[in-house]
Ligand binder design. Structure first.
Ligand code: ADP
Length: 652
């Protein structure tokens, strides 16, 4: 399990909390944003799609009116001319005027939606054709007229279908709206043209040429077609109602009225027109009678107008359905947007809260750490949260307290040790000084009434003296260190001349070098300060220690001391360089520790306690300075003390 999460743990372990959050936000947010965007795009597409359908419905309304008045006009014109009937002629000119109005109405919707529906050029062509026809039609021959009627009707129907195509109506995705659309765009305009065929055939016959065989055939065929169409259209409505039962309740639709009207027109036509013998010739009857051209024309016209009115009703219903669908899309978008917002805002709110709580615990921990570092363990760590981090904090607090207790007891025992050492050294030094004093007196032969000492006795006394002095040096070192460790070291700053002081210090060591036959030289560089403010006695003590070591660990060559200015103008340096045995790399780190020597074996060659360098370093630090060493085995070592030229007394 952990193995699987290793990369994740690796990454999370390296990120700050803020970065962790950002990473999570990116991983969660990006797919989230992509999904939301996808949804948005899809919904906008849907809205776009259906809005175009709405435009299509609006565009088709005046277009259907053009079809309606054009059909009437084309049918009526020849009859009115032939019969020279003033009412018919007047109606014809009204229709002509209505065509003009209908053209203007389509112009208006075309200006608004034509470009979106990409039908403007087609409309312009169609419009020009209708305009031209209004001029030429009245003068045409019958045959030419018939062709023109067919051609124009087809063109109008095609145009209506084209608007249906480009406005997506033909692609409507729902069952109810699909069948409504089919009625509005295809079925009813088609049916109107069939009814008009019947109309023009019948009134053609009634206005003089009589009902020929081909007319009868035509009429029977169209009746059949229209009856089938009515049935299939009714079936379409049935499907729509099944899908959307609320539509069946729509009292405004008047489907049965529509069907009944068309059926009764067809029946009457059958009975009144086809029921007569073939070769029937109508008299030129000008009454409103069904059997006259004018009468039949009106009956047919009313039926066709009713079909168009029904078409408009269905178109309204269709508009409402699609409009509701578009509103549904908007609502869906709003709903999803709100849900997302309601989800995201608390998520951000709690994430920030989480971060601040983590930050709070970390701040608490920092405060606790600082307090512990200062040695104050009086106040307990009190987490403000109850989570895992608080547990960590409490554990840390526990460890901290134990460490502080351990440190306190270690400090206490170190203090006890130092004070023991100081006391012991003092207690040892007093009798030792007495021993050395008396040994001196004995050696000098100044004992009253004392006998002359034999050479072997002299030699033994000499050994007592030498060992006693060495012991005193060791005790002095221990005492110094004890003082330093107990923090009882006092630095007395005075104005001093290094040249004079250091010259004396080096001179005091000269005999040691001479005894070993090696050189000991002191050199003052030009940069060496003339006067310094420091504790010169302690500087001298440090130099003595370094010189002692240098001479001790050098068999041939020499020891060279250089005094000079430091790396910054505020410092000065004393460098002690020897050509002795050098210090191995792996030991160089620990020679400044107390009681540490490079050779710690029992049979080591060089004497010493391992305290000298520890004292040098402690003194250097007590005087705001430092000591450094570079060394190479068999080539020698260089110790460099760096000290401030003006030691700030207050700091010590
Ligand atoms: P010690 O009393 O042993 O000299 P120090 O603290 O003065 O104690 O020195 C620690 C150890 O560092 C010495 O034992 C020695 O091994 C090494 N050391 C110090 N100075 C030198 C030097 N100049 N050359 C070589 N080794 C040195």
């Amino acid at each position: 399990m952990r193995r699987f999460f290793r990369p994740s743990i690796w990454v999370m372990g390296r990120l700050k909390y803020l970065q962790k959050f950002l990473l999570l936000a990116v991983f969660l947010g990006v797919p989230f944003a992509v999904l939301r965007n996808e949804f948005r795009t899809k919904t906008l597409e849907d809205i776009d799609f259906s809005t175009k359908e709405l435009y299509g419905i609006l565009y088709l309304e005046p277009t259907a009116q053009i079809l309606r008045v054009t059909l009437h006009y084309l049918t009526l014109t020849p009859v009115a001319n032939q019969l020279d009937d003033p009412t018919l002629l007047e109606e014809r000119s009204t229709l002509d005027q209505q065509i003009g109005e209908a053209l203007a109405a389509v112009d208006a919707v075309d200006a608004q939606y034509g470009a979106i529906l990409q039908v403007t050029p087609h409309w312009a062509d169609l419009r020009a054709e209708i305009e031209a026809l209004r001029q030429t039609y009245p003068q045409m021959q019958t045959r030419q007229r018939n062709d023109t009627i067919d051609a124009l009707t087809q063109r109008l129907l095609r145009f209506i279908t084209r608007v249906g195509n480009t406005s997506n109506l033909i692609l409507d995705p729902d069952i109810d709206t699909y069948y409504y659309m089919d009625t509005v765009v295809t079925q009813l305009p088609q049916m109107a043209t069939y009814l008009n065929e019947i109309n023009s055939t019948v009134i053609g016959a009634l206005s003089g040429r009589g009902l020929r065989l081909q007319d009868t055939t035509l009429l029977v065929t169209y009746e059949e077609i229209i009856i089938n169409q009515l049935a299939s259209n009714q079936q379409g409505f049935e499907f729509a109602f099944e899908y959307n039962p609320a539509l069946r309740e729509d009292k405004g639709l008047l489907l049965t009225g529509h069907v009944g009207r068309v059926q009764s027109f067809l029946l009457t036509t059958s009975r009144e027109i086809l029921g007569r013998a073939p070769g029937f010739r109508a008299e030129l009857d000008r009454s409103e009678d069904y059997g006259t051209a004018a009468g039949f024309y009106r009956a047919a016209r009313n039926t066709i107008d009713a079909v168009f009115a029904f078409r408009s009703t269905v178109a309204d219903g269709l508009y409402d359905l699609i409009d509701a669908r578009v509103n549904g899309y908007y609502q869906r978008q709003f709903l999803v947007g709100s849900v997302l917002l309601l989800g995201v805002i608390p998520a951000i709110y709690f994430a920030i809260g989480f971060y601040l709580s983590v930050r709070g615990t970390i701040d608490d921990l920092n405060t606790a750490t600082n307090r512990m570092v200062k040695g104050d363990n009086a106040v307990a760590f009190e987490p403000h949260t109850q989570d895992e981090l608080a547990e960590v904090g409490l554990a840390f607090d526990k460890i901290g307290r134990e460490l502080m207790a351990a440190r306190d007891s270690a400090l206490e025992s170190a203090r006890a040790k130092s004070s023991f050492l100081a006391t012991m050294s003092h207690e040892l030094r007093t009798p030792l000084n007495a021993i050395l004093g008396f040994t001196g007196i004995l050696m000098s032969g100044m004992v009253k009434g004392g006998a002359q000492l034999a050479p072997t006795q002299q030699e033994l006394l000499q050994r007592i003296d030498t060992n006693g002095r060495r012991l005193r040096d060791v005790i002095n070192d221990i005492l110094d260190l004890a003082k330093i460790e107990a923090g009882r070291i006092t630095v007395t700053v005075t104005e001093a001349r290094p040249r004079q002081f250091l010259d004396e210090t080096v001179s005091a060591m000269r005999s040691l070098a001479l005894n070993k036959g090696i050189a000991l030289e002191l050199h003052f560089a030009v940069s060496a300060p003339e006067v310094v403010l420091t504790d010169m006695r302690k500087v001298s003590q440090m130099l003595t220690n370094l010189l002692g070591n240098a001479i001790k660990f050098t068999q041939k060559g020499g020891v060279y001391v250089e005094v000079r200015g430091g790396a910054t103008p505020a410092d000065w340096q004393i460098e002690v360089r020897d050509t002795g045995i050098g210090i191995p790399k792996d030991s160089i780190g620990r020679i400044f520790e107390t009681f540490r020597q490079v050779d710690e074996s029992d049979r080591r060659e060089y004497e010493g306690t391992g305290l000298g360098l520890a004292i040098v370093r402690s003194l250097a630090e007590a005087m705001q300075g430092s000591v450094a060493v570079v060394s190479e085995v068999n080539h020698g070592s260089t110790f460099t003390i760096t000290l401030p030229k003006r030691l700030d007394v207050k700091e010590v």
